[in-house]
Design a protein around this ligand. Structure first.
Ligand code: MN
Length: 228
């Protein structure tokens, strides 16, 4: 069968220390998963996790420059641990979550905070605030060793032009990686290639044209981004 326009190449993420890439299927994100960030956003730290999606082609490779996105004057950074699903599953038990995860990376959930806040206030969907073009920068995936557990602790930081803006620890996640995989898999059948942005610690804030954004997570590399 002929196609009526060229099929775009599959979106992929590089894998650290391997000559291989991870083909991306879907991008899921967790809202408010660190108590201090939930408080800074005006939420209750104990509410159940909720999920939203970004389009797969919102992925941006670490080291890229992106244009300041349109229709916002309040672009925010959110540094996040990103889980990569390697084995499909539905209604995964918390105790079985580990075997479905291929690895993890450092990602940034770029957010048009003004549009997100307008949507929240109006009870409207979040897509315009969260799922815009180039809204999902990500660093190389770090494959988990066969014997390694899911990440439970580790410093997670984000700097803008060298200034420390976010400084948290994975141990402060309200819902752990195993619980996120289990809960998300009750809503959607997870497939190899799915990515899950697991929420951000406190300290989110605006970024401007010309800024250099650098995120880092102990054991899971880094992600850098320039805004033009
Ligand atoms: Mn986020």
């Amino acid at each position: 069968m002929t196609v009526v326009f060229p099929v775009p190449p599959r979106v992929t993420v590089p894998i650290a220390q391997r000559d291989a890439v991870f083909p991306v299927r879907r991008i899921y994100c967790v809202g408010r998963n660190y108590a201090a960030h939930a408080r800074e956003m005006g939420g209750d730290a104990r509410e159940a996790p909720f999920f939203f999606q970004k389009p797969t082609d919102a992925i941006v490779a670490s080291g890229s420059s992106i244009a300041y996105p349109p229709v916002t004057t309040n672009l925010h950074h959110e540094i996040e641990l990103v889980l990569a699903i390697g084995q499909p599953g539905f209604e995964i038990a918390v105790a079985d979550a580990r075997r479905h995860v291929f690895g993890a990376a450092c990602g940034i959930d770029l957010t048009r905070r003004d549009l997100q806040n307008q949507a929240k206030e109006a009870g409207k969907p979040w897509e315009c605030g969260k799922a815009f073009d180039a809204s999902a920068p990500i660093g190389a995936l770090h494959e988990l060793a066969a014997s390694a557990p899911l990440p439970r602790a580790g410093r997670i930081t984000l700097r803008v032009n060298g200034e420390l803006r976010q400084d948290g620890d994975l141990a402060d996640m309200i819902w752990g990686c195993d619980e996120i995989v289990a809960q998300l898999s009750r809503l959607f059948r997870l497939e190899a290639g799915d990515l899950i942005y697991t929420g951000t610690p406190a300290g989110v804030g605006p970024i401007a044209r010309g800024d250099l954004v650098e995120g880092k997570i102990d054991g899971f590399g880094d992600v850098t981004l320039r805004i033009n």
